[in-house]
Write a protein that binds this ligand. Structure first.
Ligand SMILES: *Cc1c(COP(=O)(O)O)cnc(C)c1O
Length: 390
C-alpha cells in the first residue's frame, strides 16, 4: 500500500459510514433564500440569527470601512494591525456587556484555541462539558493541562472533579448555548462552583450573544451574572452577522490574554471593514428587540407542531429555548434521507452527524432567524409532515 492508498482507504471508510461531507456551492443569497444549482432554497442552515449579515446599514458601514482602511489590516494586532476601528469595537463590546475589557480576535475558533492555553498549562486542570464545541476541546488539548470531561451539564460530577483536583490553576469551560443541542448551560451553578473552588469559568457564548438576555447581551446577562471569575467568550460570526470572536472580563485577565494568546499574537488582524460592520451590527443588536421576539415566536410555532423528546416517535425535537432547534433522527443514513426529502421540497436543513454529535444521535439542525417569516416556518412544518421516510 502506498502512502496515498492509506488516505484513499480513509476516505472510502467515511463514505461507507455515511460520514462523507460535500459542499454545496452557494450562487447567491437573499435573506433566507439561498440559490444553489439555479434553485432558490429556503434556508434553515445559517447562524445569522438576527438577520444582520445583509442589513443595509451593516453593509454600508463595511464599505466605508474598506474605503477608509483598505481591505486588509496588513499585520497582526501587536505589530500594526490594530486600528482605531478595532479599538473602538473592543470598547463598544465591553461597554455593551458592562464588563471591564474586551479583546477582539479574527475568528471565534481562534479565540478559544488561543485563550485556553494562555489560561492553563502543564500541571493545571481544565474541566469540560462533554458537549463542548470543538474549539474549546482543541484549546484544551493545546494547553497541555489535564483535561477532565464531565457528562453534559452534570454538576455533581464536575463538583467532585473540582474537589479531587490539586491543580494550581483550574478552568471550567462550557458552551453557554450548546451549538448542536440548543440548550442553555447551568451557568449560575457553574459560576458558583468556580468561585467555591477558586477556579475561572470560561463560557462560550457563540449562540447566546445577541440572542439571549436583555438587549441581546448574552447568557451572562440572561442569568444576571457578574464575577471576576467569569470570562465571556463570544463569536461575531453568528448573531452579529459578520466574523470574528471576542473574550471579555476582568482587565488583568484580558491584558494577560493579549500578551499570551498565540492565535492573537501570530495572526493578521481582521480587516477594519469587518470591525466597522460589527460596530454597526452591535448598535442594531442592542436597539432592535423585535428581532429576538421573532426568533422566540418562530421557535414556539415549530415546537407546537412537532413531537418533542418526551414522545416515543422519531424524529423529535430536543427541548431547546434558543434559535437552534435540533430534530433528532438517530442513524446517519436516516438523517441524510430526511435532509434529502426536505432538499427535494426546496428546503435546506443540514444533517449533523458524528463526530460533530455523539454516535446514534444524528439530527437535522434547524436554525431559526429573525429574517424568517411565519409562512417560512409553516413550509418547514408541512414538509416535515410529508416526509415518507419517517
Ligand atoms: C461557531 C462556533 C465557534 C467558532 O466561531 P467562528 O466565529 O465560526 O470561528 C466557537 N464556539 C461555538 C460554540 C460555535 O458554535
Amino acid at each position: 500500500m502506498t502512502v496515498l492508498d492509506s488516505y484513499k482507504h480513509e476516505l472510502a471508510n467515511l463514505d461507507v459510514a455515511s460520514l462523507k461531507r460535500t459542499r454545496r456551492i452557494v450562487e447567491g443569497v437573499n435573506g433566507t433564500r439561498i440559490r444553489v444549482g439555479g434553485r432558490d432554497m429556503l434556508a434553515f442552515c445559517g447562524n445569522d440569527y438576527l438577520g444582520l449579515s445583509q442589513h443595509p446599514e451593516v453593509i454600508e458601514a463595511s464599505l466605508r470601512g474598506a474605503q477608509r482602511w483598505g481591505v486588509g489590516s496588513t499585520a497582526s494586532p501587536l505589530v500594526c494591525g490594530h486600528s482605531a476601528s478595532h479599538e473602538a469595537l473592543e470598547l463598544e463590546i465591553a461597554k455593551f456587556l458592562d464588563l471591564p475589557r474586551a479583546l477582539y480576535f479574527h475568528a471565534g475558533y481562534a479565540t478559544n484555541v488561543g485563550i485556553v492555553p494562555a489560561l492553563v498549562g502543564r500541571g493545571d486542570a481544565i474541566f469540560c462539558d462533554a458537549l463542548n464545541h470543538a474549539c474549546l476541546i482543541d484549546g484544551a488539548r493545546l494547553s497541555r493541562a489535564e483535561i477532565k470531561v464531565y457528562p453534559h451539564a452534570d454538576l455533581a460530577t464536575l463538583s467532585q472533579q473540582l474537589t479531587e483536583s490539586t491543580a494550581p490553576r483550574k478552568l471550567i469551560a462550557s458552551d453557554a448555548v450548546f451549538s448542536m443541542d440548543g440548550d442553555i448551560a447551568p451557568v449560575p451553578e457553574l459560576l458558583q462552583l468556580a468561585e467555591q473552588h477558586k477556579a475561572l469559568l470560561l463560557i462560550d457564548d457563540a449562540h447566546g450573544f445577541g440572542v439571549l438576555g436583555p438587549g441581546g447581551r448574552g447568557s451572562a446577562a440572561h442569568f444576571d451574572l457578574r464575577s471576576p471569575n467569569l470570562l465571556v467568550m463570544g463569536t461575531l460570526s453568528k448573531a452579529a452577522g459578520s466574523a470574528g470572536g471576542f473574550v471579555a472580563g476582568d482587565a488583568t485577565l484580558i491584558e494577560l490574554l493579549m500578551q499570551r494568546a498565540r492565535s492573537y499574537i501570530f495572526a493578521t488582524a481582521a480587516p477594519a471593514m469587518v470591525t466597522e460592520a460589527l460596530r454597526a451590527s452591535l448598535r442594531l443588536i442592542e436597539s432592535e428587540d423585535w428581532r429576538r421576539e421573532r426568533i422566540r415566536s418562530h421557535a414556539q410555532r415549530l415546537r407546537a407542531a412537532m413531537p418533542a423528546s418526551n414522545s416515543a416517535s422519531r424524529p423529535y425535537l430536543l427541548p431547546s429555548p434558543t434559535p437552534i432547534q435540533p430534530i433528532i433522527v438517530g442513524e446517519n443514513a436516516a438523517a441524510l434521507e430526511l435532509m434529502a426529502h426536505l432538499w427535494y421540497e426546496g428546503l435546506w436543513v443540514p444533517a449533523i452527524r458524528p463526530p460533530t454529535v455523539p454516535q446514534g444521535t444524528a439530527r437535522l439542525r434547524v436554525s431559526l432567524t429573525a429574517a424568517h417569516s411565519d409562512a417560512d416556518v409553516d413550509v418547514l412544518i408541512a414538509s416535515m409532515a410529508r416526509c415518507p421516510v419517517l
